[in-house]
Design a protein around this ligand. Structure first.
Ligand code: AMP
Ligand code: GLY
Length: 425
């Protein structure tokens, strides 16, 4: 088979590594890819939002399966565009990717189908949102721009003043563009966060091993929100009891709700859960693998990724069980100092060869590119995801942190407390 992966981050590198393990895959293309992906795939210089070029390339190269890793092309309808040309694609169609693309849609869906989530109100006008905040909203309160905003459209506001500023930023100044045409104001929940990824074929859902992300830039969960500074899997807080609750009230209920709405979901549903004192609540849905969640979940999956993707497309997931190694994995992100705001790019990375032939260690490239002389340089905020597997989380964490020393670049920055919560479990 020839497989085309769409995207350029650590998630797509992890998908490519899994695809390369499949006995069914002869050739992998990635658009646009990065310097790490280029070691195992043929990178083609087409952007993830260039639907016509992607479709033309997939036809020309006789690609058998396209795997769309990123949210923007999914929400924009890339799978529909590919299918219209007879190309098989893994990921939700546009009418189902709205589960991630619109917070208003997902909140209304959960309300209609009684899926546990934070209480909320929807607003289309700034003055109405402000009036609501003034008429006895409880603080902290959570503001969410409706649409995709590079993971930055969620504001947690401790005071009325902060919330007023937030409404202005989202709805008046349109800091997140058209994502702010509508907004959700919701109840602030407390508890531990867990990421649960799943494969879905429209009817059946199969749950992957749980993970936990670290969204803030600095140690101790301080600093700005980022795309994710590190992950571990499984989460020791995702207990059997939590799993049973989610299976009963959240997972299948979401898949059935989408089908009932005439929007059958095929692909990956990522459940962002908060384990509150009153039980698990859905914070958000994503319509794709998490990044860096994929970097700790996929290396532990025993199934052939291509078989699972095809079962999702063909609606035969009920004939398949997912299997995960009885291991643990930790991913520490090496970022450019200054991320998520301002940072330098184009700096040489050394030591990448230290990962060659090392079992249990992965150096996933997130923001890298090949320079004209063939060397690898930094090309983004998140540069590398250093993942290690171990017999348990403690061992995996030690190995991952040891391996962060194997690579260098001038503005290398990382958190030092990825997986610290493991010790509290
Ligand atoms: P989201 O993009 O909806 O996942 O939100 C990003 C982050 O904001 C989440 O990972 C949480 O840390 C936080 N968050 C979102 N909604 C809530 C909520 N209702 N209560 C507390 N924290 C929240
Ligand atoms: N790591 C969170 C996300 O992929 O959205």
């Amino acid at each position: 088979m020839k497989v085309l992966i769409v995207g350029s981050g650590g998630r797509e590198h992890a998908i490519a590594v899994s695809a390369a393990r499949s006995s069914r895959v002869d050739h992998i293309y990635c658009a646009p890819g990065n310097a790490g992906i280029a070691q195992i795939a043929e990178c083609v210089p087409i952007g993830a939002m260039e639907f016509e070029k992607l479709t033309a390339f997939a036809k020309e190269a006789q690609v058998d399966l396209v795997i769309v890793g990123m949210d923007d092309p999914l929400v924009g309808g890339l799978v529909d565009a590919l299918e219209a040309e007879g190309i098989r694609a893994f990921g939700p169609r546009k009418n189902a990717a709205v589960l991630e693309g619109s917070k208003v849609f997902s909140k209304d869906l959960m309300k209609k189908y009684h899926i546990p989530t934070a209480a909320y109100e929807v607003f289309t006008q700034a003055d109405e949102a402000l009036e609501y905040l003034h008429s006895g909203a409880k603080f902290p309160v959570v503001l969410k721009a409706d649409g995709l905003a590079l993971g930055k459209g969620v504001l947690i506001c401790n005071t009325l003043e902060e919330a007023e500023e937030g409404v202005c930023a989202i709805m008046t100044e349109r800091k997140f563009g058209s994502a702010g045409n509508r907004m959700v104001i919701e109840e602030f929940l407390t508890g531990r966060e867990v990421s649960v990824l799943s494969f879905v074929d429209g009817k059946t859902i199969r749950i992957m091993s749980s993970a936990q992300d670290h969204k803030r830039a600095q140690d101790g969960d301080r600093g700005l929100n980022t795309g994710g500074m590190g992950t571990f899997s499984p989460s020791p807080f995702y207990t059997k009891e939590v799993d049973e609750y989610c299976r009963k009230y959240i997972y299948q209920a979401t898949v059935d709700a989408m089908a009932a709405e005439g929007r059958p979901f095929k692909g990956v549903i990522f459940f962002g859960l908060m384990l509150t004192p009153d039980g698990p609540r859905v914070l958000e849905y994503n319509a794709r693998f998490g990044d860096p969640e994929a970097q700790v979940v996929l290396p532990r999956m025993k199934n052939d990724l291509i078989d699972v993707c095809e079962a999702c497309i063909d609606g035969t997931l009920d004939e398949m069980e997912l299997q995960f190694e009885d291991s643990a994995a930790v991913c520490v992100v090496l970022a450019s100092d200054g991320y998520p705001l301002k940072y330098e790019k184009g700096l040489p990375i050394t030591g990448l060869e230290n990962f060659d032939g090392r079992e249990d260690y992965y150096c996933f490239h997130a923001g890298t590119r090949l320079a004209a002389d063939g060397s690898v340089v930094t090309n983004g905020g998140r540069v590398l995801g250093i993942t290690a597997k171990g017999a348990d989380l403690q061992e995996a964490r030690k190995k991952a942190y040891d391996a962060t020393a194997w690579v260098s670049f001038a503005n290398k920055y990382m958190r030092h407390d990825i997986g610290k919560a493991i010790d509290e479990a």
